[in-house]
Design a protein around this ligand. Sequence first.
Ligand code: NAP
Length: 210
Amino acid sequence: MNISIFGTGNMARGLAVRFAQAGHQVTIASRDPAKAQAVAAEIGNNAQAASYADAAGKADAVVLAVPYEAASEVIAAAGGLAGKVVIDITNPLTADYSGLTIGHSTSAAEEIQKSAPAAKLVKAFNTVFASVLQNEGKAGGQPATVFIASNDAEARKSVADLAKSAGFKSVEAGSLAAARYLEPVAGLNIALGYGLGHGTDIAPTWQGVA
Ligand SMILES: NC(=O)c1ccc[n+]([C@@H]2O[C@H](COP(=O)([O-])OP(=O)(O)OC[C@H]3O[C@@H](n4cnc5c(N)ncnc54)[C@H](OP(=O)(O)O)[C@@H]3O)[C@@H](O)[C@H]2O)c1
């Protein structure tokens, strides 16, 4: 697949390496073209750098690896992402990471969908720590699970296939509104990892779901 990743931070770089090593064509887009070039060179495997709009143009899937609060501005910079599979990995965290800023009756994913109404929005990878990506997608020595929620069944399946191709387990979790559950799961993961001292070699999974 052609995967375009918006952002050059920890998640962007970790996902870029996982996808590039699995044989996907990765393109990195940043607010700073020089940063995108540098990260693409670091990723290797023929990874490219491009503007948000050019990266979106050639993408089978776009990954929003930016803070939740920045999602609407990068979507606008990319021209709206109409028709694209857009993977939202964000968590709407408070500044001290101790809670979520939205939930119950909406989610970051559903709010982001409002900024990209014609995109096929998919919630995924939000419960996987960046350090797990660096560890070949494994936590505790086992492939981490990627939970996937979308209103578009085909897009959900394509992201499940992408995750599996990169060495993860995947669990399809239903419609985009399931992000209302998945974002708090990421909050629990952060609480366990950082607050309760279990470290970041951990990841949530669902026993009994193949
Ligand atoms: N870190 C984790 O373990 C983890 C796990 C699951 C989900 N997430 C989620 O994944 C997303 C990325 O997390 P991260 O840890 O990779 O963050 P990060 O290292 O801080 O990187 C965020 C990237 O977003 C880009 N960006 C674009 N517009 C921005 C803006 N207005 N303000 C700040 N940055 C902007 C920046 O790239 P440019 O400067 O190149 O534009 C920056 O490198 C977040 O939504 C986070 O909640 C993180």
